[in-house]
Write a new protein. Structure first.
Lengths: 334, 316, 499
């Protein structure tokens, strides 16, 4: 971060100050509700009941993987491998179910364990190897994608096992099963982060590693576990994604890591760790879902949608950082 | 030769040994490997990643990161290609492409320094945004069939040496010299080591940071010109994922993500190692699917070694 | 004997060549507030680090409750109920008060579920015990620094600390907050908690402490009951008689023309109404204790943080430097106080550190001229006798004294007109000190105007032509070194009245 030039910053923050007063409560929730209200008014298609279900179905993969990403970012780390791990998990799931033909529930359990295992490799490299998270997960990004291509020889594995396709296709109480899974995972994760010692210790570790260590928290175990959880969530996301597509494709979920980071950051988490709430990450993922749905309904060209997405990410974070500045001391990265 | 960082010696010689090991092994296994044509071929294939990695090395040396290089490459290629096809003026097309990269890099730099947004978020946002621009400008369609004069950068030959090889070698040499022998290099290292102290000793830290992102943008645009010249076609999605390849080359080359330590030499060797591995797998007829696995393992092993080296050095 | 909570017996500690502590022996009573005082480098922090288990003794014994204690690691020392409240707090900024107080010892319904209500209740009880008003739901980062300090105390107490070491606890506190702290300290002592109080402020010591131990140059000078001595006696014991003969400077009596004139400089919360003139060839000492606002004045002159009000005239022309770059170009150089975080590039070579501010002079069209660069660095290395294997040695491999000399060399290499030295000899050995003093003396003789900012009395007295004493952000007094003693100076800097 640049050293100083407080004068220039002063001017910028003065300029933003007027703006800030009006949007102190600009958070992801209001943004989302605002967007939904506007869409409800202007678009009849948006109001159709099926559309909401559709948005939820489409957002579930991003939401599930972003839940895992939240854990690593709360620690001030990052997991770049989630996209590749998700793709690999899809292959394992589809392969075990339709090629090895084992019980799909068992296949799902094995797939989740594979995801957790890959995440644990990230965790080990970081905790025991002293490799920065960015680099260790970058290496996993390449390796998991390579494994995916190797297993599939580049061709998709189609799978029409009824259990497998039901995950994203079938509905229970009018809501797709994948959305129920996301909901359950989200509630479990929120409880874990907000109600347990583990969650408190995770926040403390990400906020101030040294103080957490001094307070007797097992900072290394916490760090390790966060990457394992992220790997597991990525695997679950991969399963849901391949279920929705009725096949495991080796090249899906490229760039998913960046989308999840964007969702987490949009939810107000700090990349330096210690700040962020899981429910807001899910709102962040949902915002992306509603946004692309709305832009589709308004027939905004797909390309313009990308530009808008980029602008929204930068703008939201810029406002967030500039409103939060000064409330806490700046610290160097670990 | 003066070396600013001590471990730097170990890292660079170590990398050189690894490169040598690969080259010797592959030469023994296959007679097709160590031929002039193949070596030139390897360097040509390494050229695009190499050029981007130069800018990325500078950015990472200041403690930042640039995720938008792939998108900038795509966008400026499209702009150049469109100008080429519309006006048929080669110089204007090249100028337009480079100017696009310059402008986009400048936007990154301004957002990072003036609004003090983390480089990671800024360039992540611009990565998405700029890719969208590329798609809008091209309306999603590839632009193809350029005159030979435009393709010269990517597909031309000087004597028996392809132009990209000449270009990448010259750029690396220049970047090395600037980093090692000029005040610019000293300032970059100073900012990456301790940006607060750099401000106090009188460096224009913010101006330098902004310029570094401009530099990275220009190099990405230039790499794009080479790439579309070789392919004779500019796709709007060209360059996707290149940012991670470049970052991989830089960190394997021994530059620290925290800034202030590393150098261009390591990046050059790392780019070559990655290209040699690709080429070797190719020659040995190994499925290209192994490529990524090997690359990933290489990153992990290299960084584990550096981390062990640093710890040992820290204790001594 | 049963009253002695802690007893130091013949504690000695050496760091390489320097004796940090020599045969220290004294006792601290249970439930007492015991001040440990001494100048910088007297050995206070080493002794406290030994008590905390961060540093091991070479010789000697520590008895706690009459029994020999093994204080090899912080964890051991913690088991004896010893806790230190640092100047840099060790709280987790974005957690709530309750979460911080009980971090690592959370009450649970049944593992792993935290009982938040119970947690808040326990925190509330702990806070109420000390009669404080801090909401347990507040985020720590939003609390004023004084309350954060209280939290540290509460945190230590909930972990059953019986001996609290407070290192300059009031340095960041307002007067009101100090009052609260003193009240808390009193109530703790009635509960049998022993407090070791490290402070530079005489008033405080005489307000809250029962006992005082004076250390000087690593030796135990005295342990007295506060009510048996007065401020004058205490200062005398701290300063001692011996004045080292490392100050050889001949005072500059004639004043050259005025180079820098600072007029009514004010910055909210840091300093106010600062006015002085600086002449050619003069060394102006600015003396004050930690946190008096000295560095901030230097920052304003150097363009790092502009002042809110007031003017600075340089060579007779009013100037506002918008950054260090402009100040340097005009001929003003600042040598920052914290050499690690603000001064040096530790992972870079000695040469690169010395020439950092004069890249332009060592280059032509940005091309670095190796010979020139080498020659300049070599000259500074020789001038200041910097001990390094070569100019290419990394700065982190050098000793603190040599690092400081490198920083000094960088300043001199800019060939300044005005040189501002901020704590130029903090924590370095006597030899390096002497060399730095020598070079400052020479610079002044060449006509360079120096501002010497320091909290080291003998340094200011030995080197300056004129001394400004700063207390709580304003100039308290101007003294000539010949007409002042160390005792008087310290007295003034601690807020005492001139006699």
């Amino acid at each position: 971060m640049p050293g100083g030039l407080s004068q220039e910053r002063g001017i910028v923050s003065k300029g933003l100050f007027a703006l800030r007063k009006r949007i102190t409560h600009l958070n992801i929730g209001t943004l989302l509700i605002g967007l939904i209200v506007v869409m409800l008014i202007i678009s009849p298609d948006f109001r159709r009941g099926g559309n909401f279900i559709n948005i939820l179905r489409q957002s579930s993969v991003l939401a599930v993987v972003s839940i895992g990403q939240t854990f690593t970012i709360l620690l001030g780390g990052i997991d770049l491998s989630v996209g590749s791990v998700a793709a690999f998990a899809g292959v394992v799931m589809a392969g075990l179910t339709c090629q090895v033909e084992i019980n799909p529930l068992v296949a799902m359990a094995i797939t989740l364990l594979v995801g957790i295992f890959l995440g644990s490799i990230n965790g080990s490299l970081i905790v025991f190897g002293g490799v920065p998270p960015f680099v260790s997960t970058l290496s996993m990004l390449a390796m998991a994608r390579g494994l995916t291509l190797l297993f599939t020889q580049g061709a998709p594995i189609t799978c029409q096992d009824p259990f497998f396709t039901a995950l994203a296709g079938k509905e229970f109480l009018f809501v797709p099963i994948s959305v129920w899974i996301t909901l359950v995972l989200a509630i479990a994760a929120i409880i874990l982060l907000q109600r347990t010692r583990y969650g408190l210790h995770l926040y403390a570790t990400g906020d101030n590693y040294g103080s957490a260590f001094l307070a007797g928290i097992r900072v290394r175990a916490i760090t390790f576990s966060a990457y394992a959880i992220s790997g597991g969530c990525a695997a679950l996301g991969g399963i849901l994604l391949s279920s929705r597509l009725w096949s495991a494709q080796p090249t899906v979920a490229v760039g998913l890591e960046l989308a999840t980071i964007a969702a987490v950051v949009l939810g107000g988490a700090s990349l330096f760790g210690g700040i962020g709430r899981l429910h807001r990450t899910i709102l962040g993922a949902l915002l992306f879902g509603v946004l692309s749905n709305s832009m589709n309904l308004l027939t905004i060209p797909a390309y313009v949608q990308r530009v808008l997405r980029g602008i929204i990410l930068i703008a939201v974070v810029a406002v967030d950082i500039n409103t939060r500045r000064g409330s806490r001391p700046k610290r160097r990265k670990k | 030769m003066r070396v600013p960082i001590k471990f730097h010696i170990h890292k660079e010689t170590g990398l050189l040994l690894i490169l040598l090991l690969f080259v010797v092994t592959l030469s023994i296994i296959s007679e097709h490997f160590f031929t002039f044509q193949n070596i030139i071929n390897i360097i040509r294939q390494a050229a695009i990643n190499g050029i981007i990695a130069i800018g990325m090395t500078y950015v990472i040396l200041t403690g930042g990161i640039d995720l938008s290089v792939g998108s900038i490459l795509g966008c400026s290629s499209i702009v150049a290609a469109l100008i080429m096809v519309e006006t048929e003026l080669v110089s204007l097309a090249i100028l337009g492409g480079v100017a696009t990269g310059l402008l986009l890099g400048f936007v990154n730099g301004v957002i990072i320094t003036k609004f003090s947004l983390p480089p990671f978020i800024t360039t992540l946002g611009s990565m998405v945004l700029v890719r969208g621009l590329a798609l809008i400008v091209s309306q999603g369609r590839p632009v193809s069939n350029f005159p030979d004069s435009f393709r010269f950068l990517g597909a031309g030959v000087i004597g028996i040496i392809p132009v990209p090889v000449v270009v990448v070698v010259l750029l690396f040499a220049a970047a090395y010299i600037v980093l090692r022998f000029t005040t610019i290099g000293r300032t970059i290292f100073a900012i990456g080591t301790n940006s607060r102290a750099a401000h106090i000793v009188g460096y224009a830290v913010n101006r330098y940071l902004a310029l570094i992102y401009v530099f990275s943008g220009v190099l990405s645009a230039f790499a794009g010109l080479l790439l579309i010249g070789r392919l004779n076609s500019a796709q709007p999605i060209i360059g996707e994922g290149y940012e991670l390849d470049a970052i991989a080359a830089v960190v394997v080359g021994g530059t620290s993500l925290f800034g202030g330590s590393g150098g261009i030499g390591g990046t050059a060797i790392a780019v070559l190692i990655i290209a040699v591995i690709d080429n070797g797998l190719n020659i040995l007829n190994v499925s290209s699917f192994y490529e990524q696995i090997v690359k990933g393992a290489l990153i992990a092993v290299a960084l584990l070694l550096y981390s062990a080296l640093d710890r040992k050095g820290g204790r001594a | 004997m049963s009253q002695e909570h802690i007893s130091f017996q013949d504690i000695s500690k050496r760091f390489r060549a320097t004796h940090a502590l020599r045969k220290i022996s004294f006792g601290i009573r249970r439930g007492a507030v015991h001040a440990v005082v001494g100048e910088n480098g007297a050995g206070k922090s080493t002794l406290m680090n030994i008590l905390c288990g961060k540093v091991r003794t070479d010789e000697g014994n520590i008895l706690i409750d009459g029994k020999s204690a093994y204080l090899d690691t912080p964890a051991h020392s913690f088991r004896y109920g010893i806790a230190m409240i640092h100047q840099e707090l060790s709280l987790v900024p974005n957690l709530t008060v309750a979460q911080n107080v009980l971090l690592g010892e959370e009450p649970c319904y049944r593992l792993p579920f935290v009982n938040w209500a119970e947690m808040k209740e326990q925190a509330r009880i702990a806070i109420n015990d000390l009669d404080l008003h801090i909401s347990v739901d507040d985020i720590v980062a939003t609390l004023p620094i004084g309350q954060q300090q209280m939290l540290e105390v509460i945190k230590a107490l909930t972990r059953h600390a019986r001996i609290l070491i407070m290192d300059e606890p009031t340095s960041a506190l307002s007067e009101l907050e100090c009052g609260v702290l003193f009240r808390v300290i009193k109530s703790l002592t009635t509960q049998g908690v022993t407090i070791i109080f490290i402070s530079h402020h005489l008033d405080e010591i005489f307000t809250v402490c029962d006992w005082v131990t004076v250390l000087r140059d690593g030796q135990h000078i005295a342990t007295e009951r506060i009510r048996n001595i007065d401020q004058q006696q205490l200062v005398k014991m701290m300063v001692g008689k011996s004045v080292a003969n490392i100050y050889t400077r001949q005072r500059n009596q004639s004043t050259g023309h005025c180079l820098l004139e600072v007029n009514r400089l004010t910055s909210a919360g840091a300093y106010r109404d600062i006015s002085f003139k600086l002449h050619r060839g003069e060394i102006l000492g600015i003396f004050g204790l930690l946190g008096a606002g000295k560095s901030e004045i230097a920052h304003a002159i150097y363009g790092l943080h502009p002042a809110d009000e007031g003017t600075i005239a340089y060579k007779g022309v009013p100037r506002v430097f918008r950054g260090p770059k402009e100040a340097l170009r005009a001929g003003i150089t600042y040598i920052p106080e914290d050499r690690k975080s603000e001064g040096l590039f530790l992972s870079q070579s000695l040469e690169n550190n010395i020439i950092a501010s004069i890249l332009k002079r060592c280059s032509r069209f940005t091309w670095l001229l190796q010979k020139q660069r080498n020659a300049i660095a070599q000259r500074q290395k020789k001038l200041l006798s910097i001990k390094a294997s070569s100019l290419q040695a990394l700065l982190q491999e050098l000793s603190g004294g040599n690092q400081q000399k490198a920083l000094m060399g960088r300043g001199i290499a800019t060939t300044p007109t005005v040189l501002i030295l901020d704590e130029p000899t903090r924590g370095i050995d006597i030899q390096s000190r002497a060399q730095i003093y020598d070079s400052v003396d020479q610079l002044a003789a060449q006509g360079i105007a120096c501002i010497l900012i320091s909290s080291d009395i003998s340094e200011v007295l030995g080197l300056s032509d004129r001394i400004l004493v700063i207390y709580q952000g304003s100039i308290k007094h101007q003294v000539l070194p010949d007409q002042a003693t160390s005792e008087q100076l310290l007295h003034l800097a601690m807020g005492g009245m001139p006699q």
